[in-house]
Ligand binder design. Structure first.
Ligand SMILES: [Zn+2]
Length: 439
């Protein structure tokens, strides 16, 4: 049964370089929050559907100069790092972790701190047009559950991982799992607790197996997490070959590349989303492709810490799933709009190089359409969820955006490009998740 109809111009990506505009279409949403039908202006019953919706007070019409887009999917957010967003980004990764990130994450042993931080984070993500987020939490189950409750309360679709990190060589004494058994037992407890919390909720958060990254975990923990992922059939998230240091670390400890290590422990699966992947060799890429693992491109963060730029165009050409992430707080911005723009800019740098001694890589440049695809369709496919597209059978996760500059001579392609370059938080006027208006 149709419970809401949204009327307006909408854009939806149909492939990595193709986007469709549907002018003044009707998006009909059922009582489960799914898009049940798209009624184009040319449909014979268009006027009738509008009239029925109006009479039942179920019509939401985008105002003049507003455009409807799919809600964005953020594949990489460290929820506890939100208070540090925009701090210490001039430090090397190791110093940033030891002096800023670990001390902050440790503060979440106090649930009051989580209760103070998470409402503003969830609100900020929604206000920027993001409707689904794949979160890293902390090692503290209680605060991860506070994050889950806040997502439910504000209507953000979420997947949440309890971070596992027990390697004494790579984690501080004050913030680590004190044994592999503890890391695995707490992870399993979190899976149960989160499942209980979400029971019966339309936006029930999904638990995610979350080794922080290979260096943070002992072999026993990596192996145990792989078994838990298989046993509970859960998504996995971690970092993959983010920096030269991480890439080299795996070689020194295991005599193989990061991707091969994750694979050895059953952590490189079709349900895994691995962040960054700036240092992959051709063989690593082939392995990621063979395992159907998704990659989260975090272009702002990579400029600070990635030691490189992900070859997005090549990966998409090779049919590897790629989405976009803000990587709060390795990235300073909670906005995927900022990351769309940086994805395009970084691809230009990859193409052109950075100076006389650094040649660029041909055919690296991506368009804003591709960046839009990453933030919507790419994210949805990476998570195996029916999100990121406006079409029947998909969740009604949408944003309504005010155009800042309208140029009457723009064709539909230029109009979208201009919109994606110009949109800021204040221009995101409405956000709808699962058919419910949350902003
Ligand atoms: Zn990260």
């Amino acid at each position: 049964m149709t419970t809401r109809v949204i009327q307006g111009d909408f854009y939806t990506a149909t492939g990595p370089t193709t986007v469709e505009l549907h002018p003044q279409a009707l998006i009909c949403i059922d009582d489960q929050g799914m898009i049940e039908r798209i009624v184009e202006q040319s449909a014979t019953d268009y006027a009738q559907v509008v009239q029925h919706a109006q009479q039942a007070d179920r019509l939401l019409k985008a105002a003049d100069g507003q455009v409807i887009l799919p809600g964005f999917v953020d594949l990489h957010v460290h929820a506890p790092q939100w208070p540090n967003a925009g701090l210490a980004l001039d430090l090397p990764l190791e110093d940033w972790l030891q002096h800023y990130t670990f001390p902050l994450e440790a503060k979440y042993c106090d649930p009051a701190f989580a209760s103070q931080v998470y409402p503003t984070l969830v609100k900020e993500l929604l206000n920027n047009g993001t409707t689904t987020v794949l979160f890293f939490g902390t090692i503290h189950n209680q605060d991860n559950l506070i994050l889950a409750q806040e997502c439910l309360k504000q209507g953000l679709r979420s997947l949440i991982g309890r971070v596992a990190m027990d390697n004494p060589d790579q984690t501080p004494e004050y913030y680590r799992d004190h044994s592999s058994q503890a890391a695995l037992a707490d992870t399993e407890a979190f899976i149960r607790e989160l499942t209980d919390l979400g029971r019966g909720e339309p936006l029930a958060p999904t638990p995610v197996i979350t080794p922080r990254f290979v260096p943070s975990c002992t072999d026993e923990t990596l192996a145990g997490l792989g078994q838990l992922a298989r046993h509970y059939d859960l998504p996995i998230q971690s970092h993959l070959s983010e920096s030269k240091w991480e890439h080299q670390y795996a070689i020194e400890r295991f005599g193989k590349h990061d991707a091969e290590v994750l694979d050895q422990f059953g952590l490189l699966t079709d349900k895994a989303v691995m962040a960054h992947a700036t240092q992959l060799t051709a063989a690593d890429q082939q392995l990621v492709r063979d395992r159907s693992t998704a990659l989260a491109h975090c272009p702002i963060s990579n400029v600070y810490f990635g030691s490189g730029i992900m070859p997005v165009k090549t990966l998409l050409h090779d049919q590897i799933k790629v989405g976009l992430g803000t990587d709060i707080s390795g990235g300073y911005s909670p906005s995927l709009y900022d990351n769309l723009r940086q994805a395009v800019m970084s691809s230009q740098i990859r193409q052109d190089g950075v100076g006389p001694e650094s040649a660029g890589v041909d055919d690296s440049r991506i368009s804003m359409k591709t960046a839009f695809y990453l933030a919507t369709v790419g994210g949805g496919r990476s998570l195996h969820l029916p999100i990121g597209e406006i079409k029947p059978g998909f969740q009604a996760d949408l944003q309504i955006v005010q155009e800042r500059f309208v140029e009457p001579t723009d064709d539909s392609s230029n109009r979208l490009e201009r919109l994606l370059y110009q949109t800021h938080r204040a221009d995101v006027k409405r956000v709808i998740v699962n058919g419910v208006i949350v902003k």
